[in-house]
Design a protein around this ligand. Structure first.
Ligand code: UGA
Length: 470
């Protein structure tokens, strides 16, 4: 089918490239000309595993353009995948989204064949109905139908989540639903050859396709993200209680997760959720509820808990070092989670601001997010491209993002190079072998049990490369 995708962020670009990989003819559109020029030469605007590889396969089926009218002219389906960032009051900012929707409707006037206008952006409930109304007011009601097709992909797993989704949700009338069922037929039936490096999950034979009304599709996206955020805030509160009563949140999470009514995922306690989705969507749902006359108390608590959780690392480092002035502190990981260079709502930012406010010398490392971090952090932060340089002579290391390369360092190496081998693990991610060889503090994991008073440096001399456990 012929597809136009408006917006080349994580959602739009992954959708466009994946559909082209499946054999559809896709044009990806963006107002940002330099981004489009980069894409034309095969350069991706962000880091996302596997996307480059499937783009290489999809190349014959994909084009990139700054002209929305041209792309829309030839499309059977037009996807809106435009950012809806949060306004200061928590409501989603819909300016760019509405402008893309209006332009698309204008451009569809001259089109002779029918088209489906598919919304993939996360928007308040009722927005897709509103676009359907604009379509009808423009006299295009018989030709154009509007669908809501919420996106559930995760950054860092965007390609896998698109090709092997848990479900596909479409809200809309019959023609729109049928067009999308046809577009996604190969994903629904899993009838495509797996791309290299992206094996199909063994249990997956057919993807559930749920056709509902537009409003239910829209709220399901917010409900999914709010529920996952709630699981995280819940386990973080359990962790905070564990810290006070000497229990271990790992054990509690494992035990409750084995109950299929609870499920084991998203029970990793730590410094809370970040990124471009959970913080924005929880606030947006709170706003949507509030403006419709409902006080969503549980959701407000989820947000409040998450806002406070980021600062637990600071409490813990202060408890150990008493004052931070002039002390070198290593901050490990800057992106909001591993496998992405995205710094939006990354907990590293408030943590670093807190450290600086108390006079610490911050040495931060991230495998891929340093360029993005440089634009957001004060120049006094030392951004180190080598992990060794961040750790050397530091009085404490704060693990903020659980990049794999931080998790398996040789404890003897840590003891040798740091002034004090104190790790405060904001993700509870270090394995027992590392924990037991350093001064370890996690979140709700009974630190005393793992702590090792051996702080003395040993005589072994380490080179400038990190040493790992074998
Ligand atoms: C999230 C959802 O998982 C996707 O389903 C959704 O499509 C996406 O938002 C979106 O709305 O576009 P994403 O933000 O990419 O995806 O990242 P997640 O992997 O969900 O992680 C979000 C945050 O929660 C991260 O900061 C992560 O570190 C944190 N987290 C996650 C925890 O603190 N504990 C956990 O157990 C899991």
């Amino acid at each position: 089918m012929r597809v136009a995708v408006i917006g080349t962020g994580y959602v739009g670009l992954t959708t466009g490239v994946s559909l082209a990989f499946l054999g559809h003819q896709v044009t990806c559109v963006d107002v940002n000309e330099s981004k489009i020029n980069q894409l034309k030469s095969g350069i991706l605007p962000f880091y996302e595993p596997l996307l480059k590889e499937i783009l290489a396969v999809a190349q014959p089926n994909i084009a990139f353009s700054v002209s929305l009218p041209d792309a829309v002219q030839h499309a059977d389906l037009v996807f809106l995948a435009v950012g809806t960032p949060a306004n200061p009051d928590g409501s989603p900012h819909l300016g760019d989204f509405f402008s893309a929707a209006h332009q698309t409707i204008q451009s569809l006037r001259n089109k002779e064949t029918p088209a489906v206008l598919v919304n993939k952006s996360t928007v308040p409930v009722g927005t897709s109905d509103q676009i359907q109304e604009w379509v009808e007011q423009s006299g295009l009601g018989l030709k154009v139908s509007v669908a809501s097709n919420p996106e559930f992909l995760r950054q860092g797993r965007a390609v896998l989540d698109t090709l092997y989704p848990d479900r596909i949700v479409v809200g809309g009338d019959e023609p729109a639903v049928e067009a999308l069922r046809q577009l996604y037929a190969d994903i629904i039936g899993q009838r495509f050859a797996e791309p290299a490096g992206a094996p199909r999950p063994s249990h997956l034979h057919e993807v559930p396709f749920l056709a509902v009304d537009r409003r239910s599709a829209e709220i399901s996206k917010y409900a999914a993200n709010a529920f996952l955020a709630m699981k995280i805030s819940f386990i973080n509160e359990i962790a905070n209680v564990c810290d006070r009563v000497g229990a271990n949140v790992h054990h509690a999470a494992q035990i409750i997760g084995l109950d299929p009514r609870i499920g084991s995922s998203f029970l990793q306690a730590g410094i809370g959720y970040g990124g471009s989705c959970f913080p924005k969507d929880t606030r947006a749902l709170q706003y949507i509820a509030e403006t419709s006359g409902y006080d969503f108390k549980l959701l407000s608590a989820v947000i409040e808990v998450n806002n406070a959780q980021k600062f637990i690392l600071l409490d813990k480092v202060r408890a150990e070092l008493r004052h931070l002035r002039g002390k070198k502190i290593a901050v490990l990981g800057l992106s909001f989670k591993p496998q992405t260079d995205d710094m939006r709502e990354a907990p590293s930012i408030p943590v670093i601001q807190g450290l600086l406010a108390e006079g610490a010398e911050v040495y931060a490392h991230d495998p891929i997010a340093l360029d993005n971090a440089r634009k957001l952090l004060p120049p006094s932060v030392h951004l180190e491209s080598r992990l060794h340089d961040a750790l050397e002579d530091a009085e404490a290391a704060l693990l903020v993002t659980d990049w794999p390369e931080y998790l398996n360092l040789d404890p003897e190496y840590i003891r040798q190079i740091m002034r004090r081998p104190l790790w405060i693990d904001g993700r509870n991610a270090l394995g027992p072998a590392v924990r037991s060889g350093i001064e370890y503090r996690g979140i709700g994991v009974d630190a005393a049990h793992f702590a090792d008073p051996a702080q003395n440096k040993k005589e072994t001399h380490y080179e400038t490369e990190p040493q790992y456990l074998v």
